[in-house]
Design a protein around this ligand. Structure first.
Ligand SMILES: *Cc1c(COP(=O)(O)O)cnc(C)c1O
Length: 408
C-alpha cells in the first residue's frame, strides 16, 4: 500500500519539524518537495493541486519561468547591499509599483506585517506633522475580525482572542468598529483620528465581502473628516479579486495601499506601502527601515512578478474564471453548505456549524489530490494560482462536488 510508503518517505520530515519547531502552525500532514504552476508533489511523487496558493502569495503560480529567470539573473550580479547604497533595481522597482497602482511613492519592506507597521507609523507621523496632533495622541480605526499580521502592535487591535491572549501589554491608539458599517466609522472619528485601516475583503475572517457601496461611503467619510483611508490589499491585491486591486470594484482610490504576498511572485518576500508624496513624504532618513527591505534580489523578482500579472492579464483571467467557477459551485446541492461567496479567484464555502468544521472537508479534498485550507473554522477557502486553466478548475470542481455531496 502506498500508505506505508508515504510514512517512510515523508514522515521523518514531519517528525523533525514537530520535534524541533515551535508549534505555532498546525499543517496538514503533507510534505511538498517540488512544485510547478498550480501543481505540487510530495516526496513519494503524488501530485496535488494547490488551491491555497500560500494565502495568495502564488498568484503567478509556483516557479513561474520569467520570475525564476529574473531571480537567477539578479543572483549572478548582486543580492544585497543594504539601503546604505543604491542599486540598479530599487529605482525601477519603485517606479513600476507606483505606476501599477497609481501612487506617487512607495516604501519597501519584506513581510506584509512590516508594511502594515510602516503604514501605521506613516499615518501617526502624518497626523503629527500635517494635522498638528500632539505626541502620542493619534488614533487609528480598524475593523473587528481584521487580519493585518502578527506583530505586537498589530495584534493589539485584533478582535481574535487567540491572536492577542497572553501577548500584552498592547499598543494603544486603536479603535475597532464593525466591518461594512459606514455609520460606525463616522461615529468613531474624533479630532485625534488619523486613519481608517481596512481590508477590501476580510479574507482570514472567512472571505467576508462588505455590502455594495460601502467603500464609496467610507471614501467619502474619510475625505470629509480629513483622515487617511489605508487599504490592506496584501491578500486581495495583484489580480486576486478579478481586478488588479480590489478597490477598483467600487471605483474609489485609497490614500494609502499596502501590498505584499504575490508582489514577490511566490519567490521572495517583498512588501510595500504606497501613498502620495505628501503622506509618505513625512519619513526622513533614519525614521524607518529594514536591512533586507528593497534588496536587489527581491526587487528584481517583484518587477518580474508584476510584469507576469500584466503580460498574462491575470486580473482579467481571475475575473472570468472566478465568476464561472463560483456560479458552478452554486449548483452543488449539499446539506453542509450555508453559502458560496467570492470575488474573482478568492472563494469561500461557508459550512453550517452542524458540518463539524471545514478542516475535515479539507482533509478529504487532500486525499483526492486537492490542497486547500479552512479559514475561521467553518469556511473552506479556494484560492488557486491565477494561472490556473479552465480544465484544471473543472478537475477541482469535480472533487469539491464529490466531497460536499458525499461527506456524511
Ligand atoms: C498575510 C496578510 C498579512 C500579513 O502578511 P505577512 O507577510 O504574513 O506578515 C497582512 N494583511 C493581510 C490582509 C494578509 O492577508
Amino acid at each position: 500500500m502506498t500508505e506505508t510508503q508515504t510514512q517512510s518517505l515523508s514522515q521523518p520530515f514531519m517528525d523533525l519539524a514537530e520535534k524541533y519547531g515551535a508549534h505555532n502552525y498546525h499543517p496538514l500532514p503533507l510534505v511538498i518537495s517540488s512544485a510547478k504552476g498550480v501543481w505540487v508533489k510530495d516526496p513519494e511523487g503524488k501530485r496535488y493541486m494547490d488551491m491555497l496558493s500560500s494565502y495568495s502569495a502564488l498568484n503567478q503560480g509556483h516557479r513561474h519561468p520569467a520570475i525564476i529567470k529574473a531571480l537567477f539573473d539578479q543572483a549572478r550580479k548582486v543580492t544585497l547591499t543594504s539601503r546604505a547604497f543604491h542599486t540598479e533595481q530599487i529605482g525601477p522597482f519603485l517606479k513600476e509599483v507606483c505606476e501599477l497602482s497609481g501612487f506617487d511613492m512607495a516604501l519597501a519592506m519584506n513581510s506584509g506585517a512590516e508594511a502594515v507597521e510602516t503604514a501605521i507609523k506613516m499615518a501617526r507621523k502624518w497626523g503629527c506633522m500635517k494635522k498638528g496632533l500632539p505626541q502620542e495622541k493619534a488614533e487609528i480605526i480598524a475593523c473587528t475580525n481584521n487580519f493585518h499580521g502578527r506583530t505586537v502592535t498589530i495584534v493589539s487591535f485584533s478582535s481574535d482572542e487567540q491572536y492577542r491572549r497572553d501577548f500584552g501589554p498592547y499598543t494603544p491608539g486603536f479603535k475597532l468598529i464593525g466591518f461594512g458599517d459606514a455609520e460606525a466609522l463616522k461615529a468613531a472619528i474624533t479630532p485625534n483620528t488619523v486613519a481608517f485601516l481596512v481590508e477590501p475583503i476580510q479574507c482570514e475572517a472567512g472571505i467576508l465581502i462588505p455590502p455594495q457601496g460601502y467603500f464609496r461611503q467610507v471614501r467619502d467619510i474619510c475625505a470629509k473628516a480629513g483622515i487617511l483611508l489605508i487599504l490592506d490589499e496584501i491578500q486581495t491585491g495583484l489580480g486576486r479579486t478579478g481586478r488588479m486591486f480590489a478597490f477598483e470594484h467600487e471605483g474609489i482610490r485609497p490614500d494609502a495601499l499596502i501590498l505584499g504576498k504575490a508582489l514577490g511572485g511566490g519567490v521572495m518576500p517583498i512588501s510595500v506601502t504606497l501613498a502620495s508624496s505628501e503622506v509618505l513624504g513625512v519619513f526622513k532618513p533614519g525614521d524607518h527601515g529594514s536591512t533586507f527591505g528593497a534588496n536587489p534580489l527581491a526587487c528584481a523578482v517583484a518587477r518580474a512578478s508584476m510584469k507576469v500579472l500584466r503580460d498574462e492579464g491575470l486580473d482579467e483571467r481571475a475575473r472570468k474564471l472566478g465568476d464561472a467557477f463560483l456560479a458552478r459551485l452554486r449548483t452543488i446541492k449539499s446539506p453542509h453548505v450555508k453559502e458560496y461567496r467570492g470575488r474573482g479567484l478568492i472563494i469561500g464555502i461557508e459550512l453550517h456549524p452542524s458540518a463539524g468544521g471545514a478542516r475535515r472537508f479539507c482533509e478529504r479534498l487532500m486525499q483526492l489530490g486537492m490542497l486547500c485550507k479552512e479559514t475561521h473554522e467553518h469556511v473552506i477557502r479556494l484560492a488557486p494560482p491565477l494561472v490556473i486553466t479552465e480544465k484544471e478548475l473543472d478537475w477541482a470542481f469535480k472533487r469539491v462536488k464529490k466531497v460536499l455531496e458525499k461527506t456524511a
